[in-house]
Design a protein. Structure first.
Length: 345
């Protein structure tokens, strides 16, 4: 994920294309590229740089088998994808998504041990197949090479933050307390029903009545009925609303998070909660319909940290610290990479 082919190790993000999970792997790659880390590994030279994730879509019949039983995983890929997975192999491989697992399990052999293999999430196979596994704490995976994180790895560069400030500098001048409101939607475990959307609208109107200026954004999973409802409400109460670049212009998501005084986020996305927590501001969780034991553990991990609370109608401001687990993950990768490639004396 580093564009220069002259300095530093090569990093491949190999993804099955699911945007939310790929986002976590890309965040790790970006964190590795921060100047203070890159300086420690810039002595490593590579000809295998790729500037974008390698997205793979393996086909049946191997797809129907457990990852360890794939005899010829490269043969399961369309030729254009297969052509991307060949020597020279990267110094760091970051696998993302279940369908990347058969390839992550074998790249060490393909590279003759050259590649440091990192797998995100719970791969559902023995972690010993990889150099490092980075699952969320709520997956409850254990192992000597497992580094569990609170929530999902989230990362924002100083450059991105500065650009957001330049693009949306007018936000900071708005009077009163400012709240980013991040709304998800329907997933495997949660639903934003019409009834719950109506209730949530009333909760948000209550915030406006308290003089809180709201900046609202919705996700790809937000149902159409909710998009229409919250857009109309935002216009009535004087809130900002963003749905898409087509309808609302450039995406202010990062500006909303970085410039707000507090953040409200629906409970259905580990990424959204983790990105909110990265900024070290009070985070209120908004209930949707549905639940799961895994998400219960996710929510508890943030409430125990003291950064998140369930919203129950009362707004408070309490001292918080940023949750930036990606720093631990990136530093552990650097440590293991330097064991393979010690700095010259």
């Amino acid at each position: 994920m580093i564009s220069s082919a002259a300095v530093g190790p090569s990093i491949w993000v190999v993804s099955d294309g699911r945007a939310g999970i790929e986002r976590q792997a890309v965040a790790i790659a970006q964190a590795l590229g921060e100047l203070h880390r890159w300086a420690n590994i810039s002595h490593i030279r590579s000809t295998a740089h790729k500037s974008e994730p390698v997205r793979i879509s393996p086909k049946a019949p191997q797809l129907w088998l457990p990852p360890q039983l794939w005899l010829a995983p490269l043969a399961a890929l369309p030729k254009p994808q297969r052509d991307q997975l060949k020597a020279p192999w990267p110094d760091i491989w970051i696998g993302s998504g279940r369908r990347s697992v058969p390839y992550s399990m074998r790249v060490k052999k393909w590279s003759n041990g050259k590649t440091l293999v990192v797998q995100t999430q719970d791969p559902k196979v023995n972690p010993s197949h990889f150099d490092l596994v980075i699952p969320p704490e709520h997956d409850q995976l254990e192992g000597s090479n497992v580094l569990s994180t609170i929530g999902a790895p989230a990362h924002f560069s100083m450059g991105d933050l500065e650009q957001a400030a330049l693009n949306f500098g007018d936000l900071i001048a708005e009077p009163g307390r400012k709240a980013a409101v991040i709304i998800g939607g329907t997933s495997k475990t949660h639903t934003l029903s019409e009834t719950r959307a109506k209730e949530l609208e009333q909760e948000l109107r209550g915030l406006a009545a308290q003089g809180i200026r709201m900046w609202i954004t919705v996700s790809r999973r937000t149902p159409e009925h909710a998009r229409i409802r919250f857009r109309n409400m935002a216009e009535e109460v004087g809130a900002r609303f963003w749905e898409s670049e087509t309808t609302d212009g450039p995406n202010p998501y990062l500006a909303f998070l970085s410039m707000s005084d507090l953040i409200f986020v629906t409970e259905d996305s580990a990424n959204m909660i983790s990105e909110a927590a990265w900024f070290g501001k009070p985070v209120y969780l908004l209930k949707l319909v549905g639940k799961s034991a895994k998400f219960d553990r996710l929510h508890q991990s943030f409430t125990k940290q003291g950064i998140a609370r369930w919203y129950e109608g009362k707004v408070e401001h309490w001292p918080t610290e940023p949750v930036r687990e990606i720093d631990r993950a990136a530093d552990e990768i650097i440590k293991r990479l330097l064991e393979k490639h010690p700095k010259p004396k």
